[in-house]
Write a protein that binds this ligand. Structure first.
Ligand code: RIB
Length: 283
C-alpha cells in the first residue's frame, strides 16, 4: 500500500465552454455545426483533481467569482474530495471561463477569460502550502512567487502558459513541466535549472532531463484520442505524485505518460481525469 502524499495546488479555476467541431477555425474563419459542452477546468483545478484521483490528498488554493459558474467549476473537485477551504469567492470578478474549440482529431485551441484568477493576489495567500506545491502560470506571477517562496517541500512548476519569469522560480523548482512550445520559449534557461525538467511531446511521449542530460524518455500507450484538453495537467499531477512516492525517474515518467494518455480518451478536462486503478491497469 502506497502512503498518501499531501499536495497543495495554488492556481487557476475555470469553467470550460467547449465547442467540438469537425475542424478548428483558422484566423478569420467561422466553423459551424459544433456541439457545445460545459465542464469544470482551469490548469490549477485540473491538476488538483488529477492528483486527488491518482491517490494524493489535495488542497486547492484559488479564486472564483461569487456566481453560478463557480458552483459548476467547483462541482467535480468537491465530489472528488479535494479540500476547497482555500478557494475564495470574489465579489467583484466573475469566475474564469475558458473558450475551447476541439476538433474531431482531438486537437484544441483555448482562450481564457481569467476573471477572478487574475484577481488572485499575493495577499490572498495567508498560509504556507501543506506538503508539496504545484503551481502554473494562469494566476498573477507575484502570487506564484509568494507561494513558491513559502513552500518548504517539493515544488513543481508547470510553466504554462509560457510567460516571462524570474530566475528564482527556476532555481527553486524541484520539477519543471513544459510542453514543446513552452520548452522552445524558455530555451537554454531550462538546462540551467537545478531540478528535473519534463517536456511533454504529445503523441510522441515525454522526456525527463536534469541539467540538459536525458534521464528517461517514454512513449504513451496507444489510445483513441477524443480530446487532449487536460492531458498535460494530468501528466503534471501524475509525475509529481510518482516522484513524491519515490519512484525511479523512468517509472515516474511512464506512470505520468499513461495517465496523460488516458485523459485524452474522454471529452472535457476534469470529466476525463483518470483514477489510479485505470492507470495501473495499463500494461
Ligand atoms: O490545461 C487545460 C486547461 O487550460 C483548460 O481546462 C482550460 O480551463 C485552460 O485553463
Amino acid at each position: 500500500m502506497t502512503r498518501r502524499v499531501d499536495i497543495t495546488v495554488v492556481g487557476s479555476i475555470n469553467l470550460d465552454l467547449v465547442a467540438t467541431a469537425a475542424t478548428l477555425p483558422a484566423p478569420g474563419e467561422t466553423v459551424t455545426g459544433a456541439t457545445l459542452g460545459r465542464h469544470p477546468g482551469g490548469k490549477g483545478a485540473n491538476q488538483a483533481l488529477a492528483a486527488q484521483r491518482l491517490g494524493a490528498t489535495v488542497r486547492l488554493v484559488g479564486r472564483v467569482g461569487d456566481d453560478a459558474m463557480a458552483d459548476e467549476a467547483l462541482a467535480l473537485l468537491a465530489a472528488g474530495g479535494v479540500d476547497l477551504s482555500g478557494v475564495a469567492r470574489d465579489a467583484e470578478a466573475p469566475t474564469g471561463v475558458a473558450l475551447i474549440a476541439v476538433s474531431l482529431a482531438g486537437e484544441n485551441q483555448i482562450v481564457v477569460a481569467s476573471g477572478a484568477n487574475a484577481a488572485f493576489l499575493p495577499q490572498h495567500l495567508t498560509s504556507p502550502p501543506r506538503g508539496a506545491l504545484i503551481c502554473q502560470l494562469e494566476i498573477p506571477l507575484a502570487t506564484v512567487e509568494k507561494a513558491v517562496a513559502a513552500a518548504e517541500g517539493f515544488v513543481c512548476l508547470n510553466l504554462a502558459p509560457a510567460a516571462e519569469i524570474p530566475e528564482t522560480l527556476l532555481q527553486r523548482a524541484d520539477l519543471i513541466v513544459v510542453n514543446e512550445t513552452e520548452a522552445a520559449f524558455y530555451g537554454e534557461r531550462l538546462h540551467r535549472a537545478p531540478g528535473l525538467v519534463a517536456v511533454t511531446l504529445g503523441a510522441r511521449g515525454a522526456e525527463l532531463r536534469r541539467a540538459g542530460e536525458l534521464l528517461a524518455s517514454t512513449i504513451p500507450p496507444p489510445v483513441e484520442v477524443v480530446d487532449t484538453t487536460g492531458a498535460g495537467d494530468t501528466f503534471v499531477a501524475a509525475l509529481t505524485l510518482a516522484l513524491l512516492e519515490e519512484r525511479p525517474p523512468r517509472d515516474a515518467l511512464t506512470f505520468a505518460c499513461k495517465a496523460g494518455a488516458l485523459a485524452t480518451t474522454r471529452a472535457g478536462a476534469q470529466p476525463a481525469l483518470p483514477l489510479r486503478s485505470e492507470v495501473e491497469a495499463i500494461p
